[in-house]
Design a protein. Structure first.
Length: 313
């Protein structure tokens, strides 16, 4: 079995590792090539940084590409592609290049939560479970027929980081069993019910903002009788209270991190305040750790001692 892997971030590495270890023959990796995002300048010093998938391929001598169309020009031989958090749309000519197509790993029970942010959406919406859909990629967004689908419980302490990593580890195990059957044509894809599709979009830094009045109210164990529109989930809104804020904070971890606005002195010096993690005590929100703009992360009590006249506004 020959595979081209499309992916970029570190949390997809469990899948690469599993494919590499389970399907290699006489020491030769089944991964004939990877396609990932090109190196980019990172941090204040703008250091050119390669993606985790790029580094994985480099260490193992696997051919790597930054443009999917280069696969065709290079006559890469592969039975299928596997795509997980790659970060770009794949064109039809590249999809059609593979005899068995490209399998896309999507972290929702499709057609629910199509788009870029299904794990965040599942946590915010207080879903009891989420899942993984492995679909055969087509030209439309998360639209292709389902090859396999399974459910996973969402735990009370799950952040996006925790849940996403667990889903990738489980998916890696599923693929080991699934792929040989799929390549031999033993699995019949089933069409999605497109009429039930819901959508998410890629999250921006601004999406992590929590209005200060919502936090003040949640700290007191109260709710505000107004709708809070979560813009990256199409058509979704909720009533802000402690439980909602706590889940929002967990959903925004590890990126973009939930944040609000705070004044630290009487001069109305407004700064961004990152809310790293929280928990609930009864119906009240408890803030555990924060990071003030330009400062290091500290505990909430330490912050209050350092800025006794601060206000969330």
């Amino acid at each position: 079995m020959k595979i081209v892997f499309f992916g970029t971030p570190d949390y997809v590495l469990p899948i690469l590792d599993k494919l590499h270890s389970n399907f290699k023959v006489k020491g030769e990796s089944p991964i004939t090539a990877i396609v990932t995002q090109p190196p980019k300048p990172v941090g204040r010093n703008k250091i050119i940084t390669y993606s985790p998938v790029d580094n994985w391929a480099h260490k193992r001598g696997v051919q790597k590409y930054y443009d999917p169309k280069e696969l065709i020009k290079s006559d890469i031989v592969a039975d299928l592609g596997i795509l997980a958090s790659y970060g770009e749309i794949i064109s039809k000519d590249v999809i059609d290049y593979f005899p068995k197509g490209i399998l896309n790993i999507h972290f929702s029970l499709l057609p629910k939560y199509r788009g870029a942010s299904p794990v965040h959406a599942s946590i915010i919406a207080k879903d009891k479970e989420c899942g993984v859909s492995i679909i055969k990629l087509d030209e439309k967004l998360d639209h292709g027929p389902i090859i396999s689908q399974f459910k996973e419980e969402i735990r009370n302490d799950d952040t996006t980081q925790k849940l996403r990593l667990r889903l990738f580890n489980v998916t890696a195990e599923v693929l080991v069993t699934l792929l040989p059957k799929y390549v031999r044509g033993k699995i019949t894809p089933r069409m999605q019910n497109h009429k039930k599709a819901t959508y998410t979009r890629i999250i921006k830094k601004q999406d992590g903002f929590i209005p200060p009045k919502y936090i003040n109210s949640a700290l007191e164990g109260k709710s505000i009788n107004e709708k809070w529109s979560i813009d990256f989930i199409k058509g979704y809104s909720t009533i802000p209270n402690a439980d909602v804020i706590d889940r929002f904070v967990k959903a925004m971890n590890p990126w973009p991190i939930a944040w609000t606005k705070v004044t630290t002195d009487n001069k109305k010096n407004v700064k961004r305040l990152k809310i790293i993690n929280t928990h609930l005590s009864g119906n009240k929100l408890i803030i555990d750790n924060i990071q003030l703009e330009g400062k290091n992360e500290v505990g909430w009590d330490q912050f209050k001692q350092g800025y006794p006249t601060f206000t969330l506004e």
